[in-house]
Design a binder for this molecule. Sequence first.
Ligand code: ZN
Length: 339
Amino acid sequence: MNSSGSRSVGTARRVSNHSLRELVGPDAGLCRRALGGEVGVALPPFVDHHVHLHLIEEGDLGAHGIAGVLDLGGDPVALAQRPRDSMPRVAYAGAFLTAPGGYPVGRGWAPAACVREVSNPSAHPGVSGGAATAVDEQASFGASVIKVALNAEAGPVPDVPTLTAIVTAARLHGLPVVAHAEGAGMAGAAIAAELDVLAHTPFTELLDHGLILRAVRSGQRWISTLDIHRDDERSRETAAANLAVFVRAGGAVLYGTDLGNGDLPVGVNGRELAALHAVGLRGEELLATLTDPWPRKDRSRGVSTFVPGDPPAGLDDIPAWLSGATVVPTEELIHDDHG
Ligand SMILES: [Zn+2]
C-alpha cells in the first residue's frame, strides 16, 4: 500500500524524467547541483564541431555550454602545445591544405602558419609542396582530421590527382578528411571524392537530390554552420534546403558554428539550433548533433552539461532551452531518480 508514498519528496516539479526523455532522449536526466541546490537537467557534454580557436576567447566556452571543440584550421604547432586535458577538450585539423594561392591564403584571419599550399600529388615524404608532406606534418602535430579547402570562388583548388593524394595520405594515418566546399561544383567534387565530412552545409547551389543521397550512402557527415548565413538570405535558404534533403535521407549532421567567423556567440548558439530545428532535426536528433563526440570515439569524461530551470514543455522550446547550457563537473550533479 504505497499510494501516498509514490510521489517524489522534496520537489514541486511537474515534469518527470519520463516526459523529459520522451522529448530529448534517454541521455537527459533531472538533477540539482550539489553546491546551491539549483535544479535543472543533466545532459552529455556538448561539442562545437567547427571552430577556429585563434580567433575567439575560448575561456568563455564552458560557461556557455561548450565542453569540446574541433578546430578546423589553425597553427598546428600552437595546437600541439596545448595542455592535454584543459577545457575545452580540443581536437584539430592543424593547417588548411589548399592549392598554391588558394583559399584562405592571404586572408587576415588566416596567418601563414595556418595554411599549407600543396602544389603536387607526391606520396613521398618530405617532398616540398607534396600532398603526403602536408598530411604527414599535420598528423605529426596530433591532428585528428585533415582539412582541405575546395573554395573555387576564392582562388585555385587542388586538382583531382592532388586531392586524391591528400585523401590517400590521410587514410594511411587513419585520419578523416574534412572539406570546405564553396563555389559551383565544389560540394559535388567533395561528394564524388567521398570525403568524410563537409565543414559547412553546402550553400552555394541547390544540390541534385541524387548527389545528396550519394553523400548519405557514403556515410558523409555535414557540419551545420547555418547561422553564418543569417545576413545572406540566398545562402541561408540554399543551405537549409540542402540540409533538409540530407536529413530526410538519414544523413548524419554535426552541430558546428564556424566560431571565429564573424560575430557569433561564444558558447551554444541558439540561432544555429533553431535553424537545425527548422530543417527537421528536433528533440533527441537535435541533441545528438551536439553530443556526438566525433572525431573522438568517446564522450569526454568528468564533465556534463547542465541546463538550469524547468525542462522544455515541448519540442519547439528545445533550441532556446539548450542555449542556457553550462559545463559542470559531472560529480557536481545529483540526479533525481523519480519518475
Ligand atoms: Zn571555418
